[in-house]
Design a protein around this ligand. Sequence first.
Ligand SMILES: Cc1cc2nc3c(=O)[nH]c(=O)nc-3n(C[C@H](O)[C@H](O)[C@H](O)COP(=O)(O)OP(=O)(O)OC[C@H]3O[C@@H](n4cnc5c(N)ncnc54)[C@H](O)[C@@H]3O)c2cc1C
Length: 446
Amino acid sequence: MLQFDKLSLNIPDTQKPRIVVIGGGFGGMNMVKSLRNAGMQIVLFDKQNYNGFWPLLYQVATAGLEPDAIAEPFRKMFDDVEDFHYRMVRVSKIDPATKTVTTLIGDLKYDYLVIATGSKSNYFGNKQIEQYSFPLKTIPEALNVRSQFLQCFEQASVTTDPAERESLLTFVIAGAGPTGVEMAGSLAEMRKHVLPADYPGLDFSQMKIYVVEGLGKVLPPMSEEAGNDAKRYLDDLGVIVKLNTLVDNYDGQTVTLKGGEQIRSQTLVWAAGVTGAMIEGIPSEVVERGRILVDPISRIQGLTDVFAIGDIALMKLEKWPKGHPGVAQPAIQQAEHLAKNLQRMRKGEQPTPFDYFDKGSLAIVGRSRAVADLPGNIHLGGFIAWMSWLFVHIFYLVGFRSKLIVFSNWMYRLFTYQRGTRIIIRPFVRKDDKVGQEMLERNEAV
Ligand SMILES: Cc1cc2nc3c(=O)[nH]c(=O)nc-3n(C[C@H](O)[C@H](O)[C@H](O)COP(=O)(O)OP(=O)(O)OC[C@H]3O[C@@H](n4cnc5c(N)ncnc54)[C@H](O)[C@@H]3O)c2cc1C
């Protein structure tokens, strides 16, 4: 039995103002970075001990990168920040009235609180989809997907049942946003360049990749041109795209689409929706569509000294009536802006309102093709967009080590068409998962 009463947050008392940051993702990490010389005690709580670069998570899932290439531990990242304290805990509750944050191992008082907890997968209340589909929001989830893909190929290479083989070689991705599109493109490239050599006994013309999207276009958050180009690239790669189609249910064996069509598949990847990773204690009147309403200085409406940034925050401005898009740039820019405002406020100066600079969006579709929407209504496609995608992702990756690993991996793949990480390190076994159970039993029996 766990004995939480023997644990303590162990944060030293301080005369300085204490800022507590919950979540060290794009928002929280930049918050800490921007406050490093602000003369405050900085406490970061995150349930995982690293910052993850989620735009490349799909490459971990499709055996393109090892997980540590896209993650940087907080303790290493901030080892030079004075009076910085990281604790690996989940914050369960906040109490703005007493200025207290609660975790399983203790409470902590704050002077300023920044909520940067990001988002989590949204299954729109469908428990069966939640139970059987594969989400892609964290590194363990990406490793689950990678194991599942590889286990499906292994099982397909030994089954004698053609119907089972077909369902093992059918992959359905729900959601044609950047994650769904990038994942489908990457899987299609594997089918073309990698898998036939690995599994010479399998006929990969039988392998099917579906992308199912509820809206009428691919890459809904991007321009019409980007959506059309991405759709064309997916068609060229042999990905079956179903638009204006919703996934209605999934029982681990069969994906049922709204309208009744059924696809037999052992793998449904869920990239169809997210909602804010909410924390207890936020007044319900400031929660809208799973996000927390904040004013133009990121302060939670109606609260003092409590702020929210990134995916969890809903800042409705004239230019952004529905809030900012749930991507990395708003989180980064809000963090940097809030850090400056906090310093202004501590000097008794007026804070300035946040103004988002939209640097554009990018999505990659397989090898050497991408789409980009840039400021000024400029749209790029094909190889130039792909080069921009490579440059931007290397630029924003955290730490020289990660940049070097990712760059050398990509160059290796560009010239050899290979992927180095097709390894099942931790077999994925879902409850009543036939593939995983059979594989485990077979291996145990040897
Ligand atoms: C697969 C994927 C692909 C993406 N691709 C792109 C892309 O190509 N381009 C782009 O701009 N954006 C992309 N995004 C979106 C982008 O990653 C998010 O918009 C961004 O991460 C938001 O930053 P954040 O700081 O709000 O949250 P996050 O970066 O998600 O960080 C939240 C942190 O809070 C922690 N946390 C949550 N709850 C608690 C709690 N209760 N207690 C303690 N810690 C907690 C989490 O562990 C996490 O570290 C992608 C996201 C995903 C999942």
